[in-house]
Design a protein around this ligand. Structure first.
Ligand SMILES: *[C@@H]1O[C@H](CO)[C@@H](O)[C@H](O)[C@H]1NC(C)=O
Ligand SMILES: *[C@@H]1O[C@H](CO)[C@@H](O)[C@H](O)[C@H]1NC(C)=O
Ligand SMILES: *[C@@H]1O[C@H](CO)[C@@H](O)[C@H](O)[C@H]1NC(C)=O
Ligand SMILES: *[C@@H]1O[C@H](CO)[C@@H](O)[C@H](O)[C@H]1NC(C)=O
Ligand SMILES: *[C@@H]1O[C@H](CO)[C@@H](O)[C@H](O)[C@H]1NC(C)=O
Length: 569
């Protein structure tokens, strides 16, 4: 899909639509760019920026579905309807009928320009709207339009759906006064309903909650009412979304690992999949998902996590391995810099700081937003710092400090490494790692692609803490004593292995809640491993993980079966 119209201009109504994001508000001398903001902050601040965003999105959704720059057509690039957009056909690089290459590394290369196209289209509406305010507020609206960028939803910091997406009507200040309008974040309202059931459009294939309502839905009841308690419950149930995001930042050193479920280890794509699945209905299906307006809040956040990772790993900002599925017209390299598309995020200043300075500033933000406890650092290590010693004394001090720190702060963390061949599953579905009845973590598999091996890493430490705490809660001990006891138990890998061998189990569920028998999926492999973790001594550093040690007798697959055989002998 040539979203790389920077390189290859696509044609809409005879006019090229270059995908360059927004240029408004960019300081060409310094490189400073407006930030995409957190949706909850944008709403709390209210005023012109909020009014223009809501009205602009409403206008974009109201644009005729036959207009290439309508919400319908732009969202439609991601999947259905399977028709050319802007003169561009689907390609072998996006091998299912839609356009978006989920499940392989061009994921970023594809979604970054897709977001930019959405943002520049929305930005054009915002500019025109801002010019229509004629009263004393007109300057404030023009200024807000200059720095307009599409907001993000940070589901790792706060998993709950933003309040702004759940209200059917919304009140904003328009150019001619206050208006109550259908909330464009609540749903997209199909302009032609019933939808075309042409096979390339929205065929009646049993997914009635996708095409059966006159607007997009999220887990609707039989009357079409969205059930947000269920959606928020699903999101809450993605145990450790925050821990998992932190783990990608701190542990994924290769671009490919960070980006994609095609590689082993922690990836943002896996968490991205979990959030799609948790919202369910439209969002659960790759070919429909972009029609739900929350898609663009979600994808702005995924892009933000990528951008933060890139700022931290500034020598390694795009995919280098070549992939079977190849690249689209765009390459990872041409989309590696946000500056190409004229935006940044609140956490990233890459114009006034050196690359090393940006790296440290972003690590600090990651520690504060997603780290565990004292902003990701250990307070006793901080106290030991400082003093105006000479160089060798400082060096010796640092060595002592590190040794001390290792003794004080080496804790253990536990992870499940999962891999599975998608072709053996009925997609979409979710693999839950359970400790007894506790959902410890999950791996969501979207409807596309339909085959290929997919990997995920699921952090288990927090769930283990919960399970141990509920055990010790039964015993008469003070909470401080039981916390110490839990810490000691968590550090004892043998004890954890024996606990897990009793509690560990796996459930696979389809979107409708029905289960897929685990033994019908022979490729499913789950290994549980422990790693020593040494906390960082500074807020601008990350904790360090030791090598992985596999826990014997826990998990699924070849190695787990070999353990079982060994025990029997
Ligand atoms: C979009 O259409 C709805 C009616 O369907 C209307 O209430 C709303 O004001 C329109 N939005 C804008 C920004 O004009
Ligand atoms: C593009 O989509 C059409 C219509 O669904 C399909 O027939 C064709 O095989 C697709 N082409 C590629 C290269 O995937
Ligand atoms: C959508 O359907 C509901 C009933 O399910 C109806 O109340 C509403 O007016 C319809 N909206 C539009 C825009 O047709
Ligand atoms: C990036 O590469 C340079 C040159 O090899 C090196 O000095 C620097 O430490 C590297 N930075 C990171 C964050 O890896
Ligand atoms: C952690 O971050 C918060 C919020 O930024 C800050 O108020 C607090 O002082 C920090 N704590 C430490 C120990 O650095």
């Amino acid at each position: 899909m040539s979203l790389a119209s920077i390189a290859i201009p696509a044609v809409a109504q005879g006019q090229p639509v270059p995908v360059i994001g927004l240029a408004t508000g960019v300081n060409l001398l310094t490189g400073e760019r407006p930030a995409r903001k957190n949706i909850n902050d944008l709403q709390a601040a209210g005023g012109p920026a909020w009014d223009l965003y809501i009205l602009g999105l409403s206008e974009m959704q109201n644009a005729s579905e036959s207009d290439p720059l309508s919400y319908f057509q732009i969202a439609g690039i991601h999947g259905r309807p399977f028709i050319p957009w802007n003169g561009v056909e689907n390609t072998t690089a996006a091998p299912f009928n839609g356009f978006c290459p989920h499940g392989n590394t061009p994921f970023t290369a594809w979604h970054r320009p897709f977001m930019a196209l959405y943002e520049q289209t929305l930005g054009d509406h915002v500019q025109v709207l801002a010019s229509q305010y004629n009263d004393s507020s007109s300057a404030a609206y023009k200024a807000a339009a200059e720095s307009f960028r599409a907001p993000f939803w940070d589901w790792a910091a706060d998993y709950r759906l933003p309040a702004s997406v759940m209200e059917q009507l919304i009140t904003v200040n328009g150019p001619h006064g206050t208006v109550d309008i259908p909330n464009p974040l609540y749903s997209y309202r199909w302009q032609q309903f019933p939808l075309s059931s042409d096979p390339n459009y929205f065929p009646e294939d049993g997914r009635t909650d996708c095409y059966g309502w006159n607007e997009t839905k999220r887990q609707p009841d039989s009357n079409g009412k969205d059930q947000y308690n269920i959606v928020n419950g699903n999101l809450a149930g993605i145990a450790g979304l925050k821990d998992a995001v932190y783990r990608v930042f701190t542990a994924a050193k290769a671009y490919e690992t960070m980006a994609s479920t095609e590689d082993q280890g922690p990836s943002f794509e896996n968490l991205h999949n979990d959030v799609h699945q948790a919202i369910s209905t439209i969002m659960a299906w790759s070919d429909y998902s972009a029609f739900d307006p929350i898609f663009f809040l979600h994808h702005a956040n995924v892009d933000r996590l990528f951008a933060m990772w890139q700022a931290i790993n500034y020598n390694n900002t795009y995919q280098t391995q070549s992939r079977a599925m190849g690249e689209l017209f765009h390459t990872g390299k041409t989309v590696a810099a946000m500056a190409t598309f004229g935006y940044t995020y609140p956490e990233i200043d890459d114009w006034s700081l050196s690359r090393e300075g940006t790296r440290k500033a972003v690590i600090t933000q990651v520690n504060q937003l997603y780290g565990n406890g004292a902003n990701g650092t250990s307070s006793s290590a901080q106290q030991r710092r400082g003093g105006r010693a000479n160089r060798s004394l400082r060096l010796r001090h640092r060595q002592q400090q590190q040794q001390q720190q290792q003794q004080d702060h080496a804790t253990k963390e536990y992870f499940a490494q999962i891999s599975v061949e998608r072709a053996e599953l009925q997609l979409p579905c979710t693999i839950f790692v359970m400790l007894g009845d506790d959902k410890a973590g999950q791996m969501s598999l979207l409807s596309m692609p339909m085959s290929g091996t997919t990997h995920a890493e699921v952090p288990l430490t927090r769930a283990l803490g919960r399970v141990l705490a509920s055990d010790t809660a039964a015993a008469p001990a003070t909470s401080a004593a039981s916390a110490i006891k839990n810490n000691a138990l968590i550090s004892d890998a043998k004890f954890v292995a024996s606990t897990l061998s009793q509690l560990f189990r796996v459930e696979i569920r389809k979107a409708d809640g029905s289960t897929i028998p685990v033994d019908s999926v022979p490729s499913l492999s789950i290994q549980v491993e422990s790693r020593d973790v040494v906390a960082a001594s500074r807020i601008e550093e990350f904790p360090k993980y030791g090598a992985a040690t596999r826990l014997p007798g826990v998990g699924l697959g070849k190695l787990a079966r070999r353990d079982a055989d060994t025990r029997l002998r």
